[in-house]
Design a protein around this ligand. Structure first.
Ligand code: HEM
Length: 148
């Protein structure tokens, strides 16, 4: 029994790094995130929190902090192009990217209005405005995001 214990232990030890690096490879995302995905993810994080608390005037100070992060991420998104633009024929690509930027600008204006309403303590308008921005998100994704 003792005779096989040592080779067995040696084998396990030798295999351990190989196994763990195989696990690491599995955990990694299949594709590298695009810069736009990164800023959209940042936007999404604060957006979800803001939507949850938007109706509550007691949380307006915190909502303004969330909104500042949202505004920064939305403005950052303006400097990127959708990944889908690569699939658009060259002669239509500029138009496609311009359409994307126009919609992002509308979203930026929407968030600027949310800021005014939050500062005025008009939570009813804040909630309505967020619903409108949610529609912009849906349109933007339908038109410019690569289908899953
Ligand atoms: C409240 C507003 C919005 C939220 C919360 C939001 C959130 C997200 C999320 C979570 C993703 C997926 C990121 C990933 O795969 O890691 C995404 C991707 C994307 N979004 Fe948005 N989004 C918003 C508005 C918009 C608007 C208005 C547009 C277009 C004008 C847009 C265009 C895109 C595109 C094109 C992608 C794919 C990324 C790429 O092409 O590289 N999004 N968004």
């Amino acid at each position: 029994m003792k005779k096989i214990l040592l080779p067995l232990l040696t084998l396990i030890l030798a295999l351990t790094p190989a196994l763990s690096s195989a696990e690491e490879a599995k955990a990694k995302p299949e594709k590298e995130e695009t810069p736009l995905e990164k800023s959209m993810d940042a936007l999404n994080k604060s957006w979800r929190k803001l939507r949850k608390q938007a109706a509550d005037p007691a949380q307006n100070a915190s909502s303004l902090v969330l909104l500042a992060a949202i505004q920064a991420a939305t403005k950052e998104s303006l400097s990127y192009s959708p990944d889908l633009a690569r699939d658009v024929p060259a002669d239509k690509r500029d138009q496609f990217i311009a359409g994307y930027k126009k919609k992002i600008k509308e979203t930026i204006v929407g968030f600027d209005q949310v800021e005014i309403a939050l500062k005025a303590g008009d939570n009813k308008s804040v909630v309505e405005m967020l619903t409108k921005i949610s529609a912009l998100q849906k349109e933007g994704h339908k038109e410019y995001k690569r289908p899953e």
